[in-house]
Design a protein around this ligand. Sequence first.
Ligand code: CA
Ligand code: CA
Length: 334
Amino acid sequence: MFSALLFLCVVTSALAGMKNSATFGKTVLKYYVGEQDTTIFATALVSCIQSGGELVMPKDKKLNDAVASVAKGTPAWIGGGDLFGEGNYEWIDGKRHEWTLVSCREPNDHGNGEDCILIGGGGRWFDHGCCTEWGYVCQIPNTKSMPYENSAFTVYDGNIDQTTYLQAEQFCKRRLSRLAVLHDREQFQTLLSKLENPSMTSFWVHSEQDGYSCISVSDDGLSDSDCLQSLPFICEQVAVHDVSVSEERPFAESGINLNINCSASGTPIPKVTWYREGNYVPHQKRGLGSSTLVLKDLDVDDFGMYVCKAVNEVDGQLRRMEGFSFVESSTTME
Ligand SMILES: [Ca+2]
Ligand SMILES: [Ca+2]
């Protein structure tokens, strides 16, 4: 007879811990790194927004030197890359990125898979795979004003950002976000009530209703507006916020049936799928934002590493994030 222990650990995109910071003009540069805190490019982007700022865009040498110094010469993500077209390097605000501080033989798009930019020793830049894990530097306004961050929503208020509908839409997309989908007026009023001094009363948002082109929201609700008007806007993160599994260390004996549920939250609601060693597991019940791994009449062949992935995608584009869970098994003989 044998019994077995299924061992499981959960890795989610937890917020990183800040390791170093420095004031630069009206902003604070914060460097996040560490065994638990290094992360893929997409998570770094979202994490900076959640901290009320953005992944740093060191467009001039002074700022670049400050970034290199706060990152202590170790590689760190900065806000640039060619994610939206090979060789078209852009900062995350959509401005063209020029390789003025290039490292030797870079950018080289090594293996046709390097679309994000790291700052390295001497403040020099190099392209690297976006899904590799590194520290990162956020640039955060040291005033407490805008943008206001409320969970998945970021309100870009009047004085800073007023744009046409199309520009607002692009702005959100470059931050792994979309123009916010607001479901009712109360949701908007709650958001607005948390702003200290809202300078405007009308904001661009996305509408899922047919027949509208450019939608703004105000106290009166949603309305069809002139697309070329300049308005502030509200972005909503496209992200997996959390991944959890029903049992972290299920004790499994041969012959039993085992159900392990994996659920994820995010905007939009992520698709959740179980894999075993990279292969889709057919025995799973998938629902909205969750999937249950169903192992019937467990035997030794069922033990192995299971991975639950929560994926978010908008417009079929690369803008997505993943959360992972790992299930490992070990067996003990009696
Ligand atoms: Ca590339
Ligand atoms: Ca490279």
